[in-house]
Design a binder for this molecule. Structure first.
Ligand SMILES: Cc1cc2nc3c(=O)[nH]c(=O)nc-3n(C[C@H](O)[C@H](O)[C@H](O)COP(=O)(O)OP(=O)(O)OC[C@H]3O[C@@H](n4cnc5c(N)ncnc54)[C@H](O)[C@@H]3O)c2cc1C
Length: 416
């Protein structure tokens, strides 16, 4: 830390932080921009940041209907990994992992990326065959990972239950050492601050209510703060992408579901890695504050309520207690939900929409936090140049017409 930052920290502490400069501006929307990004989650902010940084486009607005990071970005369980099965997704998530590895330096903002490793547990012989196949595929793609035995898991995580007599005995796991967690709010704030420094206008409390078009090309958007014109509009609104697609006159092959998570009271350090299980539908890590951060499977009904059902919580907590019987003594503190946008092949949709100048980035479902920098990076290329980058070309909307699906249910599933 430089002398200047120490003095500045001390000065701000003494003034009860009242003189801290805002980390980004809150400008009034202009009448016209070179590009508009709808959605101020991590992906939208990252898109604007990389458009400015890598493509020199600075006259950009990010329009957010609420507050930045208030959607799934601020509601997720922050697991980051890149060990997806198929080449197309492995390349995209690994691009993201590489960006994560330098992100705090690049943004000059600590996103608290912690590579504490991620275990994906197997509970049946078929789980273990799938895990072995995925690890082999990952290694062919240069992605780290190996298969571990129950004894190796127990040695690394002493509190886990490897008793073979239980309902879902642990038969092994894949382990990706470079996986881990990051601080979700800091990711949104870091990208916002970075984009703002390049001149991007971040406009909160600004809901897009219609997409304006003329002769098959986008001309701008109608918002709760008036009309804003632009020849390029990138839509990155996660669970609300079908709503925005309907405004533009087409249908998205997306279902929006609630997905919930909960945290316990803070406890002393007990778990220094991430444990996930598709079979029991639960995953857990421990935050720096000490809370156990626990995620569930999606609630099966469609909806836009950011809540989720009580039965989902009960199911998840019983699964976690089966994996970690000692956690039955920990009290749960808070629960919340987000709206995840699921596609039929558990892969995102990133690319050109059927309207000229309109681009969509959505369908990340239960697992898009880990992709935040990579998604923003490829989408920035797509919006800036009008053409997909090689990394996002396979994720075009027309794969649901051509049949070139990339089935990642095995690697995505509930397992973020
Ligand atoms: C409980 C839970 C746990 C999860 N756990 C993980 C995990 O561990 N690892 C992982 O990789 N992923 C996880 N995910 C998924 C991950 O959170 C999302 O895929 C990712 O955050 C999506 O980011 P985003 O920027 O696209 O969307 P969001 O952060 O949801 O941002 C979209 C924004 O668009 C705004 N918006 C919507 N409509 C409009 C409009 N009309 N006008 C203007 N703005 C609009 C919304 O207000 C929102 O802020 C989880 C999700 C949930 C809900």
């Amino acid at each position: 830390m430089s002398k200047y930052s120490i003095f500045s920290l001390a000065r701000n502490a003494m003034s009860y932080h009242q003189n801290w400069a805002a980390a980004w501006r809150s400008p009034e929307p202009k009448q016209k921009y070179d590009a508009i990004i709808v959605g101020g989650g991590g992906h939208g902010l990252a898109t604007a940041y990389y458009m400015a940084k890598e493509h020199g486009m600075k006259n950009i607005a990010v329009l957010e209907k609420g507050w930045i990071g208030g959607g799934n970005t601020g509601r997720n369980t922050t697991i980051v990994r890149s060990n997806y099965l198929w080449d197309e997704s492995a390349h995209l998530y690994e691009k993201s992992m590489k960006l994560w590895e330098g992100l705090s330096q690049d943004l000059n903002y600590n996103v608290m990326f912690s590579q504490r490793g991620v275990y994906n547990l197997g509970h049946t012989l078929q789980d273990m065959r799938d895990i072995q196949r995925r690890v082999n595929a990952n290694r062919l793609n240069g992605i780290d990972g190996h298969v571990v035995t129950p004894q190796e898991i127990k040695a690394a995580i002493p509190h886990i239950n490897i008793d073979q007599g239980c309902r879902y005995p642990i038969m092994g796991a894949s382990f990706q050492p470079r996986g881990g967690v990051a601080r979700h709010d800091a990711v949104a704030w870091g990208f916002a601050r970075g984009a703002d420094k390049y001149g991007v206008d971040i406009i909160q409390n600004c809901e897009v209510t219609s997409i304006l078009q003329e002769n098959g090309a986008v001309t701008g958007v109608e918002t709760s703060r008036g009309k804003i014109m632009s020849p390029k509009v990138g839509v990155v609104v996660a669970g609300h992408c079908s709503v925005l697609a309907e405004m533009a006159g087409f249908r998205m092959p997306i279902e929006s579901h609630p997905l919930q998570a909960l945290v316990s009271e803070p406890i002393k350090p007990i778990l220094d890695t991430v444990v996930m299980s598709n079979a029991v539908h639960g995953y857990v890590s421990q935050s720096d504050k000490g809370d156990l951060v626990i995620g569930a499977g999606i609630d099966s009904y469609n909806g836009y309520g950011q809540r989720g059902s009580f039965s989902g919580i009960e199911h998840t907590v019983s699964a976690i207690v089966e994996l970690f019987p000692i956690f039955s003594r920990v009290r749960m503190n808070r629960q919340w939900g987000g709206i995840v946008d699921t596609t039929p092949d558990a892969c995102p949709i990133i690319g050109n929409a059927p309207v000229k100048g309109l681009y969509f980035n959505c369908g990340w479902g239960t697992g898009g936090f880990k992709a935040t920098p990579g998604s923003g990076w490829v989408f920035a290329h797509n919006v800036a140049t009008g053409q997909p980058h090689d990394l996002n070309r396979p994720f075009a909307l027309d794969r649901f017409v051509t049949g070139h699906l990339i089935d990642e249910h095995g690697a995505a599933g509930v397992a973020h």
